[in-house]
Design a protein around this ligand. Sequence first.
Ligand SMILES: [Zn+2]
Length: 470
Amino acid sequence: MMTEMDKSIEELLLAKDRRRDLRLQKLEKGCITLSFNLNIPGLPKSNDSFHTFFSVCLKELKNYLLAHRIVINGDTIHCETDAAGDFFLAEVIDSDYTAIQIKNLCETFETSHPVGRLLDVDVVDEKGEPVSSGKAKLCFFCNNAPAIYCMRKQAHDYAAMRMKVELEISKYQESKKKEYVCKQLAMLATQSLLHEVALAPKPGLVDRFDEGSHTDMDFSTFLNSTAALSVSFRKIADFGYSFSGDDIKEALPKLRLIGLEIESDMFAETNGVNTHKGAIFLLGFSIFVSAYLLSRELFTNEKFISVIQDMNGDLVARELGKKLYIGKETHGEECYRKFGNKGKGIRGEIQAGMPCVFQKALPVLHQSLDKEEILNDRLLNKGLTQALLAIISENDDSNILYRKGEEVLQELKDKASTCLLKSKNKEFESVYNDLIAFCKEKRISPGGSADLLAVSYFMYSVNRQLVSND
Ligand SMILES: [Zn+2]
């Protein structure tokens, strides 16, 4: 009777025979063939994790070949998973390279890859001869003797070897995940600023057609500023993803330092105009905390809010209650002294876990955008306008408070509430135009609300694109 093990070995041998036949078929055509498989010790030769890893590396190999203009004939690709593992075989279309040159390039691919010793790219020449570069690969496990020596001598325990292979693969996949998440976070943050400024018409704010209540900045100032910010968002995401301190507050000095760098980049690009100071502060925290939670697979809005609160627990008292610098009182400090809680501004908002974002704007965005597969300009303009109104109707914008006083701020909030109430009926356009005219006439710019809108759309996008809902 055949045991399970005998059966597996027989299947493995059969699969290997089939691969040899496949190569022979190619040989009859007299062209160079290239194959790719993983070096997996023991059985089974493939499983879900090996297969995913194989697919990732195959894609990298294909890009590498394409970059070197080694062209694979797409019609000859043979790619399958059988008892011998995951396997790719294809013919190379006539190229400027000889078989040995292709082999050397493939070896460079292997040696420069972080887990290259698990990868096996083989080249067979026009005569059906396997091409060797003559260099012996070191054993993946002991990193001491040639791989072929350890394999023939069965120098290492299969279970231990497999464990090491699995560990290396999961480390590699984790690094790919980090790369993906951080890239996405930086991109989504940039998108949120672009969509915020493009949104039109907006009350008092710069949009794609109008400067609102501003005389020192326009649409292009915001585009330049956004470009300046975008290059550093990735730095914040990487920092948050890799942060491993015991107390998340330990991240604050470095986070502030990156924030200050971004601010100087912004001022350099806008000739000293403050386009995004508030957005840098809010998005900086939001990118950092999102990356931190996503790396631990702990992201939920509730968790996000609680981490933001942990980091900023006593921010208002700490930064507005006492002077950080010797000298003239800042607008923020003056506002807090004059208006108390109402004048806490952006620091109060973040200390409270961004209620304008999570309680006001996000529900509106979910309601208007969730069921839409592709968010085009028309849908976004509608959804973001509603979200902006929800924010303005709630936000005690300290800039407006400081410049225009309590009464004007209240009037602005009331007008935004009216717009929201009428958002679904035909009066909307007229009440919204009234709000826009009011801001223009009083020269009000709800910039703090615009920053919160960008953050709201960022948080919406993180939930939509990076958090799995199962
Ligand atoms: Zn070894």
